[in-house]
Design a protein around this ligand. Structure first.
Ligand SMILES: Cc1ncc(COP(=O)(O)O)c(C=O)c1O
Length: 365
């Protein structure tokens, strides 16, 4: 009999698959309920720009054709938006694919990546799936990154550092001064990937502005996505901005048609509709302020966020997560490292109100 575990090897056997938030329909089927609320995957509850939907619709008859391998028109719009050369851009099937491409392109077998912990678990999963590893460096007690420890953890075999800013799952952020100090300590052959999946939501004035650093550092990559504020999670489109030489190398590894055409036309239309984006950001700001004030009334500690989710301390995180599920509210429990917390995505007003109402029920408040 074939032993597939043996064929895959120990590193694959040890992998724990990423557990996405339950889709609403699945929960409703399981519990026989309706009107449930999903605040688990940091999606945009308002949806994407209507212009993006129209663009997908208009493109449907072209489904029999292969997509533009170089994402030509989307590249033009993103390059203009950031005032960077199109040659500094590369698109992927979500920023998850960018993480994978960067690791596959630049890490040799005995090298590893580094990330603060807690952070986006996918860095470790992808590194391990590619036969490499991820070293995690704990954040400080207040959830701020420990940049001294991170710089100290860089060894000869460290090839890449992932910095999620704002950080998922805490919503915490770091400043320009912190980033510049850190970059000054990073050897030039260690790539620093700024994972800015939630950057459109930020409002802190001292939030690190990574784009100007592209001119100074060839080892900085800026990774962003259309999955969050632009509301195109299902289209799967993310991108990286880096120096031309790095992009050229990743491009050799990238599959020729990795970003599908519906994703390309939708993302282009979404970026061109900055008015819709402003509405989304305003809704998120109002939603997070409502949630902050409700948490304060309930006497619950929370981490002020720069993103579209909030980490809130509820006691037994796993129990509250499960009890909320039974009430038809899906949030995120983040495991033993954050045992007392849950992470809740900011929803539309009605969803936020339902979450608070059900949270009071499960906490008996
Ligand atoms: C910090 C962070 N980076 C990257 C991603 C991946 O996003 P996508 O692959 O949808 O672009 C996510 C998704 O939740 C995230 O939270």
């Amino acid at each position: 009999m074939i032993d597939y575990g043996k064929l895959a090897g120990q590193k694959i056997c040890n992998l724990v698959p990423y557990k996405p938030g339950k889709p609403v329909k699945e929960l409703e089927r399981e519990l026989g309920i309706s009107n449930s609320v999903k605040l688990a995957s940091n999606e945009n509850p308002l949806g994407c720009s209507p212009k993006a939907l129209q663009a997908i619709n208009d493109f449907l008859p072209e489904i029999s054709r292969y997509p533009f391998g170089d994402a030509y028109y989307l590249r033009e719009v993103v390059a203009k938006h950031y005032d960077v050369s199109g040659e500094k851009l590369l698109f992927g099937t979500g920023s998850n694919e960018i993480i994978e491409l960067a690791i596959r392109t630049f890490l040799s077998d005995d090298e590893h990546v580094l990330s603060p912990a807690p952070s986006f678990s996918v860095y470790g999963i992808i590194a391990q799936a590619a036969g490499k590893s991820c070293k995690w460096v704990p954040v400080q007690k207040n959830f701020k990154f420990d940049f001294d420890a991170l710089a100290g953890a860089i060894e000869d075999k460290t090839r890449m550092v992932f910095l999620s800013n704002p950080n998922n799952p805490t919503g915490e952020y770091f400043t320009q001064a912190e980033l510049e100090n850190f970059m000054a300590k990073v050897p030039e052959d260690v790539i620093v990937i700024m994972d800015e999946a939630y950057v459109e939501y930020i409002d802190a004035e001292d939030f690190a502005d990574s784009l100007p650093l592209l001119k100074k550092y060839k080892n900085i990559f800026i990774m962003r996505t259309f999955s969050k504020a632009y509301g195109l999670a299902s289209a799967r489109v993310g991108y990286v901005i880096a120096c031309e030489e790095a992009i050229d190398m990743i491009n050799r590894v990238r599959q020729p048609f990795n970003t599908n055409m519906f994703a390309q036309v939708a993302a282009k239309a979404a970026m061109e509709d900055q008015e819709h984006l402003s509405t989304v950001i305003k809704m998120n700001k109002d939603g997070k302020e409502y949630l902050y004030s409700e948490f304060e009334k309930l006497g619950l500690e929370y981490v002020p966020t720069q993103a579209n989710f909030i980490l809130v301390k509820v006691g037994n995180g796993e129990k509250v997560f499960n009890d909320l599920l039974k009430e038809g509210v899906i949030v995120r429990y983040l495991g033993p490292g954050l045992a007392e917390w849950i992470r809740v995505s900011v929803g539309i007003t009605k969803e936020n109100e339902t979450f608070i109402e059900k949270l009071k029920v499960v906490l008996n408040k």
